[in-house]
Design a protein around this ligand. Structure first.
Ligand code: MN3
Length: 200
């Protein structure tokens, strides 16, 4: 089995009330698990067995839709759990990353506004992102299981705007979910870690 469901890095109720135990039980224990199981089945005979996850995602994009959807979502969710933490969010962003956000995205407040707007305007299922492209941090959005990884960039923060990510807690209020994600959930230390790795 190449793909494995990672444990959540916190208890299922640790992100409440911003993301409930019930949401994480469905989203992590069922949705993510399904991507892992389907991905493992579709990996067999694909010629990509044993390759690193990022390579499988890039190599299957546009060539093997079934495998890409599941491997892409496995990659996205592996990071998504780590992009959140209890008592996260806010404006406490590690120094070097904050400076880069100031220079590339017009400051933290503007970045949060534009990131949320990308998530709100992603039509249907998908993700909104901070990513490093050509040495700059950019804000993007993608459909379904895609990520900046298959568009020549390196993701450093992503928010899942599939309905399964927010419907139990927020019903149709996607803007409220994105605001709670930014104000109370983002693990900026992990974002900074991915930024340092992407900037090398
Ligand atoms: Mn999801």
């Amino acid at each position: 089995m190449t793909f494995k469901l990672p444990d959540l890095p916190y208890a299922h109720d640790a992100l409440a009330p911003y993301m409930s135990r019930e949401t994480l039980e469905y989203h992590h224990d069922k949705h993510h698990l399904a991507y892992v199981n389907n991905g493992n089945k579709l990996l067999e005979g694909s010629g990509l067995e044993g390759k690193p996850l990022e390579e499988i995602v890039k190599a299957s994009f546009g060539k093997n839709a079934g495998l890409f959807n599941n491997a892409g979502q496995h990659y996205n969710h592996m990071h998504f759990w780590k992009w959140m933490k209890p008592n996260g969010g806010g404006d406490k962003i590690p120094g070097a990353l904050q400076k880069k956000i100031d220079s590339d995205l017009g400051g933290v407040a503007k970045m949060k506004e534009d990131f949320a707007n990308a998530g709100v305007t992603q039509f249907g299922s998908g993700w909104c992102w901070l990513a490093v492209k050509d040495g700059k941090i950019v804000i993007t959005k993608t459909a379904n299981g895609e990520s900046p990884l298959v568009h020549g960039a390196k993701p450093i923060l992503g928010c899942d705007v599939w309905e399964h990510s927010y419907y139990i807690d927020y019903r149709n209020r996607r803007p409220d979910y994105l605001k709670a994600f930014l104000d109370h959930l983002v693990n900026w230390d992990y974002v900074a870690e991915m930024y340092e790795a992407a900037a090398k």
